[in-house]
Design a protein. Structure first.
Length: 301
């Protein structure tokens, strides 16, 4: 399979970065009117229904879902329900841009977790360097929260990082689905995670007693579910099929700028110099992890 990135694939990658960056923007709007656990449930349920319609009986989906429902429950928990809840709770006090930057540490945690739990993805000098640089960037971002002088509380800063760690475990666990069609994996995990989120929403939020959210919040929920989740997964798996997982992972570098731009333009958010510095360090760490910078430098020398 040709894993090179052509102009069309690059276009899809940029589009996906915008869509996933926008998810932090949509969540920031919706979480002011809908409690985080209920927001998680509606995002996952609507996305799951959309993917069921998209699959429409193909891939022998329901037979696979029945046979591997326990695995889908685990994947749905650590790749959807838990990290989405952590991010949404964090975004009750964080802007879209800062939450996206902190969550962009996902590849760093993925590398560290894969080194421990797998035999074929061990740490290399480049990976160690990338992890260290990225972790320093995370410390720069969280540091102000350790003192009373920080604008955001420490717990809110830590939640997107914990979500990133959960995504790291999900990336390692998800290897067992490599022979399952990608749309089936996406729909299976979203189906399972929506079932996990339902009782949590009912017990914690009593959604039937909540006031009806305004139109902008409803539109944000629909955008989260249909655009950022259902369509985003389809787009991601299409990029992965044509260009490979490594190229698809480059979207991580595009999500924070997208979230920051939308937050600045529409929500009046601003990042401090320290937050920009942390973002730069995390971005540099991800570039080192990707390995392309090293190979380009080696060729140049």
């Amino acid at each position: 399979m040709d894993s090179r990135m052509n102009a069309w694939t690059w276009g899809l990658l940029v589009l996906l970065g915008l869509i996933w960056g926008a998810s932090f923007f949509f969540a920031r709007i919706a979480v002011h009117h809908v409690p985080p656990l209920t927001l998680v449930f509606f995002r996952l349920l609507l996305a799951a229904l959309a993917l069921h319609i998209y699959i429409a009986g193909r891939f022998d989906f329901y037979a696979i879902l029945k046979a591997r429902w326990r695995e889908f429950l685990i994947l749905g928990l650590i790749n959807n329900a838990l990290p989405h809840a952590l991010i949404f709770f964090g975004q009750t006090r964080l802007g879209a841009g800062l939450a996206a930057i902190l969550n962009a540490t996902t590849p760093i945690w993925t590398v560290l977790i894969a080194n421990y739990f797998t035999s074929d993805e061990k740490l290399s000098p480049a990976k160690i360097a990338g992890c260290l640089v990225g972790l320093v960037g995370t410390i720069v971002l969280i540091g102000p929260g350790l003192s009373a002088g920080g604008e955001a509380p420490l717990w809110a800063l830590l939640l997107p990082v914990l979500a990133a760690i959960s995504y790291g475990f999900a990336a390692t666990y998800g290897k067992r689905f490599k022979n399952v069609p990608a749309p089936v994996t996406a729909a299976g995990q979203l189906t399972a995670s929506s079932l996990i989120a339902l009782p949590l929403s009912l017990l914690a939020d009593r959604p039937w007693a909540l006031a009806a959210p305004p139109l902008d919040a409803l539109l944000a929920i629909l955008a989260l579910a249909l655009l950022s989740t259902a369509f985003g997964y389809i787009l991601y798996f299409r990029i992965m099929a044509s260009a490979g997982a490594t190229n698809a992972s480059l979207v991580t570098l595009l999500v924070p700028p997208s979230a920051i731009l939308l937050g600045v333009l529409f929500l009046g958010e601003r990042l401090t110099l320290g937050e920009f510095s942390g973002m730069a360090l995390i971005g540099f760490g991800l570039v080192i992890l990707d390995g392309r910078a090293y190979h380009l430098l080696a060729k140049a020398v």
